[in-house]
Design a protein around this ligand. Structure first.
Ligand code: PEP
Ligand code: MN
Length: 368
């Protein structure tokens, strides 16, 4: 619910409104100040009785129910773009372009370091590399686990690049999700990736909503935009039905990675390019895209990347490999240094153009 309030109300009148909200078990936040006062009521949808009470309070000009199934991720609640800053000073979101590059899986120290050096050369914000891999086939390589985290931490120390890796529920019942989070903390993982297979693992989302640690959240292979945004709402809200964990994680990056359409004759997981501006319009969260898992083909990655940036992506997560034929996973979609440099150079130029198109104005028109 959004309340528009007469800006001559004075502090006592405003406190009365905020107290009424609080007494009913909700919290509010000021969305805009100065010339107009706009308050957002957080948490679950508000009751009819509170709505009636508020409608009749002095100073309230307008009461609007939010029709979307999400609040905290919505631009209506949070008009300004979210920016996430990493340990190396790189920023993700708003007018910053963030390239995240690295191997699909961390395989050994040497290839990870080489990929990291490429990423650095391309001006990447961070290095990616999976150590807990969610594989379709149980016989496939499942990642190096803790040994992979050790390698990532070592490469981070040597290159200064922050690290991004996927967090997965452990297959070993004696290790809890809390145990995995502790491991991630031990190796100082900068961004916890929630992969497509875990995108609707709601207990996992709820756990990561208790921490403010940056999360890279990828859409599930069968999720539409609304479901994706509701998944992100778990992270941002810290809400689980009637309860609230007192947290809520504002540091979430969305990554569009395509969906399973059943047709792989061209792309592995077709990525609707217009999903990118749609998400940018609806949410203040940084939106990046994955040209690797979506195309599934190394030779389409450069052009798809440039197209996604033109559509408004504020960054890309790209898989690279020094020796794709020997890669333990996703070698077919891994690019080399030359292509990565091309994405970096031309992508940044395109970003400069699209970033000047005012999305905020589009969002305003949509919500009126
Ligand atoms: C990945 O990025 O390592 C990955 C497995 O991607 P997704 O979860 O999008 O399939
Ligand atoms: Mn991969």
């Amino acid at each position: 619910m959004i309340l528009e309030i007469d800006n001559t109300i004075g502090s006592e009148g405003l406190s009365n409104i905020r107290n009424a909200i609080e007494n009913a078990g909700y919290s509010s936040r000021v969305i805009r100040g100065k010339d107009e006062i706009v308050l957002g009521i957080r948490g679950r949808p508000i009751s009819q009785s509170l709505e009636e009470q508020l409608r009749h309070m002095p100073g309230i000009l307008n009461v609007t129910r939010i029709t979307e199934a999400y609040k905290e991720v919505s631009r209506r609640f949070h008009p300004a773009d979210t920016v996430i800053e990493l340990s190396n000073g790189a920023k993700i979101g708003d007018g910053h372009f963030a390239l995240i590059a690295g191997p699909c899986s961390v395989e050994d120290y040497a290839t990870t370091l080489e990929a990291a050096n490429w990423a650095k050369e391309a001006g990447a914000a961070a290095l990616r590399g999976g150590v807990f891999k969610p594989r379709t086939n149980p016989y496939s390589f499942q990642g190096l686990g803790e040994k992979g985290l050790e390698i990532l931490a070592r490469v981070k120390e040597e290159t200064g690049l922050p690290i991004v890796t996927e967090i997965l529920e452990p297959e070993d019942e004696s290790v809890s999700l809390g145990g995995i989070i502790k491991l991630f903390e031990k190796y100082d993982v900068d961004i916890y990736q929630i992969g497509a297979r875990s995108a609707q693992n709601f207990p996992l989302l709820y756990s990561l909503s208790k921490r403010k640690h940056p999360v890279l959240y990828k859409n599930g292979i069968g999720m539409n935009a609304e479901e994706f945004l509701q998944g992100a709402e778990y992270l941002l809200s810290g809400v689980w039905g009637e309860s609230h964990n007192g947290g809520g994680n504002p540091n979430v990056i969305l990554c569009a990675r395509g969906v399973n359409t059943g047709d792989i004759s061209v792309s592995r997981y077709p990525l609707d390019i217009s999903l990118v501006p749609e998400l940018r319009m609806k949410t203040h969260l940084p939106v990046i895209a994955d040209p690797s898992h979506s195309t599934g083909k190394w030779y389409n990655v450069v052009k798809a990347s440039l197209g996604l940036i033109a559509a408004g992506a504020q960054g890309l997560e790209v898989e690279v490999h020094p020796n794709p034929q020997q890669a333990k996973s996703d070698g077919k979609q891994a690019i080399g240094l030359e292509h990565l440099m091309q994405i970096s150079k031309q992508g940044r130029a395109i970003f400069g153009i699209t970033n000047s198109i005012p999305l905020e104005a589009v969002a305003t028109a949509y919500y009126k």
